[in-house]
Design a protein around this ligand. Structure first.
Ligand code: PEP
Ligand code: MG
Length: 921
């Protein structure tokens, strides 16, 4: 015998809580989400059919033991069946009053339709015959029996479901009927017998008549479905751990297909697309649950249930309110009404669009259900990302509509704009997207869990059947793929790989545009536009709440000089227009202005080239004097846009050859001219080639760039500093509050700073003297080279601020070229698990992060009020932002477009680690 409790009745939730130390998350882990919530609904006296849960621990033990039940589990399952028999007054396998159950999977996190379900377990030749008499409804009972044999054959015995469906279709055709409901008892009996033959022919044994054998095999099938291909694919995509296992829920059957006073449905307690506070769902009278979810029959809107079955509907609405008040979350529920009696079969936190997530969080906080902090935590940075995704340009859409390009309309299941070429099956969609690099719209009559790999690879999804709760809709919403479902005018011809609306045929590979926000489908390609954040008032409210939370002093407990509030969010912006966008997106500083970008503009590049190639100091100065006004006016624009905020301007960084024509191209031109005997301009070209060749470096990223270039050729940065301070002075005189911070890139030793910085400060002071004005400024450096990180103590003697250039710091710490690694080995490294993530996207906390942590600690030991930020790509990555919070950064700086994401991520870090002592030790 064993002490482990593998099985819990729904009425035993307290025992489960006790087993895991009264932690609800752990109860969910043990009983799975479905089982835990069925038990919870039982506890708060909602109408849940009697049943029990076999734990995820049992599943894991079963799989680990090479598909063998752990000791004692089956005995406990049999005992639990006795408990259910007592609660229902029915007996499993007893023809005089048979108990029927369903066997359903249920992992900690919902994986819609990814694992297996078997209904009507307990029916066999004898119980079916007697039940038909008891219920006085032979047709219903034999329909149920054939469903059991069919599901058992496909789910438990792995016979393709198509074989069963074909028999059903042939039979209907033979009888000249269209609907299942038109078939008679005799038909169902005959079909059941045919199904049994299929099992015998495929498996060499009979469909088991022993209900306990059915139960045992169904339990095993659910356990093993945890590692079924579609479940594994789904978990990989959703980031769900493979070692959680699934629970098995055995639930007394209730029937929604017992006539016009029965039905079944699914609903959300708020609209999952918009977040509006209305019950949103579908139902079918005289149907079983699978019929609604599969989206095969066209469903009714939930509000009409009030007309069909008013009493049950009223009770259902009350229960929805009760569930929201209890869970303080929008719920996704399943119910069945059997002869007017309502039964709740499931509740779980409802999946929703990003837009709905924001609205629901704000509304629930305003309703007093949750706090503002909880509201902020309810929305993920990824959801904010989705809200900043492209939408169709309204004008282009109207134009498309008036020129007859509107092809069809359906349910707007998952918002966003998608443009792509159509493919009609999941494998091909995946292939075209991943192997051929095409933008794919996957088109299907409806989708099934087997299709998920294609859906994930697609830019958009279109189905002709199903509603807002169909499989396609749920999965698309979860992964942020734009999706239109139930576009019923479209006739999809899977054989000829085309679709048709009134003779207008679109073939495989043709382009369409799918608007998941409006539900419209257009022919051809419609241009998309970036969404306007200013118009997204709910998101703006949430971000304002996030900022307020982050700004509270004491979010971090720190020594003197260290930040005590959370992270600020600054932006990387090179031009005034970028800065304005960054500010409107909520940035309160510029963390990186890459000045050299300004050198690439058409009218400036020739001057820059002249400056680089000049032979004498005079020539160089002349070119620099020409560049100065350009730089000054750029900086003036930047300061104006960021009035009152710090602006970090980085001095020139890249190797100079980046500004010159490519060596190979020049060589080719020179050779061609020589061969053709062209002499005009040849000498100049040859001279240019000579100079470019002389500047050639084998490893330019590790060569003459950054501060090395400034020391080698100080005139450039001297001009830049003059431009920065002249711009600052001019704007100060114009009434703008400027906070310039000059950043020296790629420092490796403090001696470099000691050499260059005093010269530059001299220029700064000179300008202030000339303009007869003073203002505060800072000089600081980027930490991009491991040696700088390791010698931060000394570097902070000179630098007044650090900014982690984690693009270079990652490159130099790993020794991976940031320009080449991703196209060579890096992706393979991630796939093979050698690296957990691409370190150029998500900070490598153990390596690069350690260097950062040392730098902050050592730097602040020298200069307690050292300002510390990050301006590499990682500054917009939520996991990296959390790390920056924990090591005591003052701010993160990222692309303007990622500022809203970073604001939310900064608040998440602050809330999650509230009061944590920084630096930790
Ligand atoms: C960095 O290296 O992280 C950085 C921000 O500088 P750049 O990308 O311009 O080298
Ligand atoms: Mg860099």
């Amino acid at each position: 015998m064993t002490d482990t409790q593998w099985v819990y009745l729904f009425s035993e939730v307290e025992q489960a809580e006790e087993h895991v130390g009264n932690d609800w998350e752990k109860v969910r882990e043990l009983l799975g989400g479905k089982g835990a919530n069925l038990a919870e609904m039982t506890r708060i006296n909602l109408p849940v059919p009697a049943g029990f849960t076999v734990t995820t621990e049992a599943c894991n033990a079963y799989l680990e033991a090479g598909n063998n039940f752990p000791t004692g589990m089956w005995e406990q399952e049999l005992d639990a069946m006795k408990g259910v028999e007592e609660q229902t007054g029915k007996k499993f396998g007893d023809p005089s009053n048979p108990l029927l159950v369903s066997c359903r999977s249920g992992a900690k996190f919902s994986m819609p339709g990814m694992m297996d379900t078997v209904l009507n377990i307990g029916l066999n030749d004898k119980t079916a015959a007697s039940l038909a008499k008891i219920r006085d409804d032979e047709s219903f009972v034999y329909d149920s029996y054939r469903r059991l044999v069919q599901m058992f054959g496909s789910v438990v015995l792995n016979i393709s479901d198509v074989i069963f469906e074909d028999v059903l279709d042939e039979y209907k055709e033979e009888k000249g009927v269209k609907l299942d409901t038109d078939l008679t008892t005799a038909d169902w009996k005959a079909i059941t017998e045919k199904f049994k033959v299929i099992i015998r022919e495929h498996k060499g044994f009979d469909f088991p008549q022993d209900p306990y054998e059915q139960l045992r095999l169904a339990t095993e099938a659910v356990f093993t479905s945890w590692f079924g291909k579609r479940a594994v694919d789904y978990r990989n995509a959703a980031g769900i751990s493979h070692d959680l296992g699934t629970a098995v829920n055995i639930v007394t059957m209730v029937f929604g297909n017992m006539g016009s006073d029965s039905g079944t449905g699914v609903a959300f307690t708020r609209d999952p697309a918009t977040g509006e506070k209305i019950i949103y769902g579908d139902y079918l009278i005289n149907a079983q649950g699978e019929d609604v979810v599969a989206g095969i029959r066209n469903t009714e809107k939930i509000e009409n249930l009030g007309n069909d079955l008013p009493q049950a509907y009223k009770e259902f609405i009350d229960i929805c309110d009760q569930l929201e008040a209890h869970y303080k979350e929008m719920q996704d529920v399943e119910f069945t009404i059997e002869n007017r009696k309502l039964w709740m079969l499931q509740t779980r936190d409802g999946k929703r669009t990003a837009k709905a997530a924001v609205k629901i969080a704000i509304d629930m906080a305003n309703e007093g259900l949750i706090s503002k902090e909880e509201a902020v935590m309810r929305v993920t940075p990824e959801q904010v990302d989705t809200l900043l995704h492209p939408q169709f340009d309204d004008n282009a859409k109207n134009e498309a509509e008036s020129s007859g390009k509107l092809y069809a309309s359906g349910v707007n299941a998952s918002p966003g704009a998608a443009v792509g070429q159509i493919y009609f099956d999941a494998d091909k969609s995946e292939h075209m997207a991943l192997e051929e690099g095409k933008d794919v719209i996957m088109v299907r009559p409806f989708t099934k869990p087997d299709d998920v790999h294609g859906m994930l690879a697609a830019k958009g999804i279109l189905t002709s059947e199903g509603g807002a709760t169909s499989h396609a809709a749920v999965v698309a919403r979860q992964f942020g793929v734009p999706c239109v479902v139930g576009a019923a005018e479209i006739r999809i011809d899977l054989e000829n790989l085309q679709m048709d609306v009134g003779g207008n045929v679109v073939k495989e590979g043709d382009w369409i545009s799918v608007d998941g926000t409006s539900g419209q489908v257009f022919l051809g390609r419609i241009p998309t536009i970036e969404p306007i954040l200013e118009e997204q008032t709910d998101l703006l409210t949430l971000l304002t709440w996030a900022d307020a939370i982050t700004a509270v002093p004491g979010m971090r407990v720190s020594p003197e000089g260290w930040p005590t509030a959370g992270l600020q969010v600054w932006a990387n912006a090179d031009y005034p227009a970028d800065a304005r966008r960054a500010r409107s997106y909520g940035a309160i500083g510029i963390g990186l202005c890459r000045t050299e970008h300004m050198f690439f503009e058409q009218e400036r590049l020739p001057i820059v080239q002249r400056m680089i190639l000049s032979d004498s100091s005079e020539e160089r100065q002349a070119a620099l004097s020409e560049l100065l006004p350009y730089q000054r006016s750029d900086f003036e624009g930047l300061f104006e846009a960021m009035d009152g905020c710090p602006v970090i301007i980085r001095l020139i960084d890249p190797p100079l050859h980046e500004f010159l024509p490519a060596e190979e191209e020049l060589l080719e031109e020179v050779i061609t001219m020589r061969v053709k005997g062209e002499t005009a301009g040849l000498a100049e070209k040859e001279e240019l080639l000579g100079k470019v060749q002389a500047m050639h470096e084998s490893n330019p990223m590790m060569g003459l760039r950054g501060v090395r270039l400034s020391i080698y050729m100080p005139e450039i940065v001297e001009m830049q500093v003059r431009a920065i301070f002249e711009a600052s002075a001019n704007q100060t005189l114009a009434g703008v509050s400027v906070k310039p911070e000059v950043m020296i890139p790629l420092t490796g030793t403090v001696k470099e700073l000691e050499w260059i910085q005093p010269r530059l400060i001299r220029i700064a002071n000179q300008v202030m003297e000339e303009k007869n004005i003073t203002f505060d400024y800072k000089f600081g450096t980027m930490i991009e080279i491991p040696r700088a990180a390791v010698t931060a103590t000394e570097i902070a003697e000179v630098a007044e601020f650090f900014s982690f250039g984690t693009n270079d710091l990652t490159q130099m710490t790993f020794g991976y070229s940031r320009d080449d690694a991703e196209r060579n080995f890096l992706i393979q490294y991630v796939e093979e698990g050698i690296l957990p993530e691409n370190p150029f996207q998500t900070l490598d906390q153990e390596g690069v992060g350690r260097l950062m942590e040392f730098s902050v600690n050592d730097g602040r030991a020298t200069r307690p009020d050292l300002e510390v930020g990050i301006c590499g790509e990682h500054g917009g990555d939520p996991a990296s932002i959390e790390f920056c919070h924990l090591i005591g950064n003052n701010y993160v700086s990222c692309s303007p477009f990622r500022v809203p994401i970073a604001r939310l991520a900064a608040a998440h870090a602050a809330i999650k680690h509230k009061g944590v002592i920084v630096p930790a030790n």
